[in-house]
Design a protein around this ligand. Structure first.
Ligand SMILES: *Cc1c(COP(=O)(O)O)cnc(C)c1O
Length: 504
């Protein structure tokens, strides 16, 4: 077993390092008149820990090491695409030309920012096969909500007001029904068939003139490509509904299949997943929405538009033609029948820079290879693990796959125990108990950025854990053993979280 590199410290050892009189900063003697501060704002005593600069540094660096991170270890959290985030993205996002701009600036003074946004819109149109893209939404779920509002605007503009139902496959992410409900619609569950596809008979039975549309995740959350995606789209369009694409899983089809060509009318991209910008811990994310020809006019705005003639360079006309590429210019515009704004200003601009850098670094061929390598990595792990772990839908997978627990030879060991034990081996657990249609699900997404050695080490750990489950189930029930905190009471942690240090 790999020993954790991090010493296991009690909370007291981590936090109670204060010693009276120690200081991390020493202020010089006052050489200006002392100002009187309002009495009511001053506290007699502020119980802050007293530590030296060195202790302070060690404290925070140590805390940062208590977390598992993409930069410290394998993170196969299914559906979340926890790929390595290239550091060049951060360098680009830090450039002063970007960080020192303000959203209220005149568009002529931020042409570089607008050009970056415009080109990112164009890349996403190309990758997704869409007629238009808006970068506004702040994350995937927000993009879903936006997409449903656009579908509503489409139906309402046609006077088609009977439609109240959004069809959602039973394998979908929980945000899909939530986005439908938040838009005032009823979410209706569609069963999957025995191959893990949308059940066409079920769909036919529900498809009528009350259907707003269907939310399709393709590949779905079982990591399987919808084999009848064209039939599904045809059925839904046939009863007057629209197709929403949950684009969180583009990491397996980018550069290979374009959702817009598979019948998807509107889809969100998760820049913080597929396009390698850091996520977790609450953000920031970015969930741009792409739309087909008939829905593009409802996109939220403003979006960036390229000018034929640029009014920012009037004085330059003698030397350079106004329409030449160098002096092309960009401005912000609301789409024709826009649903409006869904986010303050223009979206999460910092994330755009990172995603843009990622796309430019890889190019079209590189993005395609990302998908191919992600699929290869997942199928390699699948082939190694399915010999031991039950696999309810036994098909070639895309970027991820879903195993099922418990192991036949260890019925008392549950998925949670396997997940916790993986932490002792230095791995972040996979997504567990999702999708809901797989009992005791273990949803594994390795991503393209892992080496064969890492995949092998993970497979070895999983196989070893299967043996342990049979020989010493209690070892798993009590896992993890080597982490800073061991098995938690998760219900209590969620109900009564202790989110900050308080002086004891
Ligand atoms: C991550 C994910 C979402 C939601 O995206 P957020 O950015 O977390 O809001 C929706 N659907 C699927 C399939 C996902 O994996």
């Amino acid at each position: 077993m790999t020993e954790s590199l991090i010493p296991v410290l009690s909370p007291a050892e981590v936090f109670e390092i204060s010693s009276p009189g120690r200081r991390a900063v020493f202020l010089p003697e006052l050489d200006v008149p002392k100002a009187e501060l309002p009495e009511e704002l001053l506290r007699e005593d502020l119980p802050l820990p007293e530590v030296s600069e060195g202790d302070l540094m060690r404290h925070y660096v140590h805390l940062s090491q208590l977390n598992h991170a993409v930069d410290t270890g394998f993170y196969p959290l299914g559906s979340c695409t926890m790929k390595y985030n290239p550091k060049v993205n951060e360098e680009a996002a830090k450039l002063p030309g970007f960080t020192r701009t303000h959203p209220y600036q005149d568009h002529c003074t931020v042409q570089g920012n607008l050009k970056l946004m415009y080109e990112l819109q164009e890349y996403l149109k190309e990758i997704g096969g869409f007629a238009g893209v808006s970068l506004q939404p702040a994350a995937g779920a927000h993009g879903e909500f936006t997409g449903i509002l656009m579908m509503r605007a489409y139906h309402e503009e046609r006077g088609d007001t009977k439609r109240t139902k959004v069809l959602i496959p039973d394998s979908a992410h929980g945000t899909n029904p939530a986005s439908s409900a938040m838009s005032g619609y009823q979410a209706v569950e569609i069963k999957s068939d025995e191959r893990g596809n949308v059940d066409l008979e079920e769909l036919r039975a529900h498809c009528d003139d009350t259907v707003v549309g269907l939310m399709l995740t393709n590949p779905n959350t079982l990591g399987l490509f919808e084999e009848q995606v064209l039939e599904v789209a045809e059925l839904v369009h046939g009863c007057g509904g629209l197709m929403f694409g949950d684009g969180a899983n583009m990491n397996s089809i980018m550069g290979i299949a374009r959702p817009g060509e598979l019948g998807i009318d509107v889809m969100m991209f998760n820049l913080h997943k597929t396009f390698s910008t850091p996520h977790g811990g609450g953000g920031p994310g970015s969930g741009p929405v792409g739309a087909s020809e008939r829905l593009a006019r409802y996109l939220p705005g403003p979006i960036v538009v390229k000018d034929e003639k640029c009014d920012c360079h009037k004085e330059k006309t003698s030397e350079v033609s106004e329409t030449s590429e160098v002096y092309a210019c960009y401005h912000l515009e609301m789409p024709e029948a826009s649903i409006g704004r869904v986010k303050a200003f223009y979206g999460n601009f910092g994330v755009f820079i990172k995603a843009y850098t990622y796309v430019r670094m890889l190019g079209a061929e590189g993005l395609k290879q990302v998908s191919e390598d992600a699929v290869l990595a997942a199928n390699y792990l699948l082939a190694r693990l399915k010999k031991v772990y039950p696999l309810p839908y036994d098909r070639t997978c895309m970027h991820e796959f879903v195993l099922s627990g418990p192991l036949p030879q260890a019925p008392d060991v549950h998925t949670v125990d396997i997940a916790k034990r993986l932490m002792d081996y230095g791995f972040h657990p996979p997504t567990v108990y999702f999708p809901l249609i797989v009992p005791e699900a273990l949803m594994i997404e390795p991503t393209e950025t892992e080496s064969k050695e890492t995949l092998d080490a993970f497979a070895e750990a999983m196989l070893k854990i299967a043996e342990e489950a049979q020989e010493n189930p209690d070892l798993l029930h009590k896992a993890p053993h080597t982490t800073p905190v061991t098995r938690l009471d998760e219900v209590r942690a969620a109900r009564h979280p202790r989110l900050r240090w308080k002086p004891s």
